[in-house]
Design a protein. Structure first.
Length: 367
């Protein structure tokens, strides 16, 4: 753009790394301020891990205590004014942002609402549905990353609501690296100690929602010692260890650095995300950036938006996962085809494109 937009304000919870990358890119093209409810998510984090990475925007932290969605940060109101050209709120359910949306509405200060994803729950209580309708109907427009999120927002907002699609991602252009040549893959495999001929990879915390119990049960039915299952994401509970006992080709790798995680993605043959529910699932974007074929479930919004239908299975269906794993892991040409499809698709999902999507709408709105 030839001329910078004057003043943009985002309001969100914490400085997650992917958000900081987005704000840094956006801040190159506007005067950007970001209000974070807190500078950290957990008591285990003693400092703002992104302070040294914030280069192109002005951060405001309402507290330095661990993020608490139910605690009101009253000091937010001194920062809210009509002097901003555009205001974007990112969560209606945290009490501070709930009050912010109501305050802006009463003061007749227009704002956009942005969601990372959403799934309609048709069986929710009348009270919860009413609350969502009241809160989500306040905005002048909505940033949505997917068809599922469109449906979610339209369910709770007036039919005349303006929906603006954006490419939700955690990837900068430089992060999309594709597949390694065979000889380089072998070097990396030796470096990290992978012995099996084929590698199936899963990434996430050991909590029921991530569905790793389903993945472990399905993998055991492959009965192939030349295929290894590597699950990365912290210390497994006793239940997961018990479930995997007796299988030397099931590996729990714990937390690791971003660079080391990339190594596993670059040598894997298949990525499986067996989630029971993800309103997006950025790990899908990240696996696609390495050219990985992927299997996920019908409750993973990123999968529904980005992957071929043949890579989507029902939630919690061990037999469907076994069938799909056997089909893919035994067919090199199909793996290569899906790899190429995923890599081609994800090239549009960069933070630079995400910035362009936003600026296009901001520019139209401020004319």
């Amino acid at each position: 753009m030839e001329q910078k937009l004057k003043k943009i304000l985002f309001i969100t919870n914490i400085p997650a790394p992917y958000r900081v990358d987005f704000y840094n890119e956006l801040g190159k093209l506007c005067q950007l301020t970001v209000i974070f409810e807190s500078n950290r998510a957990s008591v285990k984090v003693k400092y703002n891990w992104n302070d040294d990475q914030i280069t192109n925007f002005t951060p405001i932290y309402l507290t330095t205590k661990p993020f608490n969605a139910k605690k009101i940060k009253w000091n937010i109101f001194k920062y809210l004014s009509a002097s901003f050209d555009v205001i974007v709120v990112t969560n209606y359910a945290y009490i501070t942002e709930t009050l912010t949306m109501l305050y802006l509405k009463v003061r007749r200060i227009p704002f956009f609402y942005e969601t990372d994803g959403g799934i309609v729950k048709y069986d929710e209580s009348i009270g919860r549905k009413w609350f969502k309708k009241v809160m989500l109907s306040q905005a002048v427009g909505y940033f949505s990353p997917s068809k599922s999120s469109d449906e979610y927002l339209r369910y709770y907002t007036p039919s005349s609501s303006e929906m603006y699609r954006y490419h939700f991602t955690s990837l900068l252009e430089k992060d999309i690296v594709g597949k390694l040549p065979s000889f380089e893959r072998e070097i990396v495999r030796q470096k990290i100690g992978v012995k099996e001929k084929k590698v199936i990879l899963g990434i996430g915390r050991f909590i029921p929602r991530k569905g790793f119990d389903i993945l472990i049960k399905a993998f055991q039915q492959l009965s192939d010692p030349d295929v290894g299952l590597y699950i990365i994401g912290g210390e497994p509970t006793v239940e997961y260890k018990h479930l995997a006992s007796g299988f030397s080709n099931i590996h729990f790798e714990g937390f690791m650095s971003k660079d080391m995680l990339k190594h596993y993605m670059l040598i894997a043959d298949l990525f499986i995300h067996p989630t029971r529910e993800d309103i997006w699932g950025l790990v899908i974007n990240e696996a696609m950036s390495c050219g990985l074929p992927i299997i996920t479930t019908s409750k993973c919004v990123a999968g529904l938006e980005l992957l071929p239908n043949e890579c989507i299975i029902p939630v919690g269906d061990v037999n469907a996962l076994v069938y799909k794993m056997k089909q893919l892991i035994g067919d090199e040409s199909l793996l290569n085809k899906l790899s190429d499809l995923n890599l081609s698709k994800i090239k549009d999902y960069t933070i630079q494109q995400m910035v362009e999507d936003h600026l296009k709408i901001f520019t139209l709105y401020t004319k």
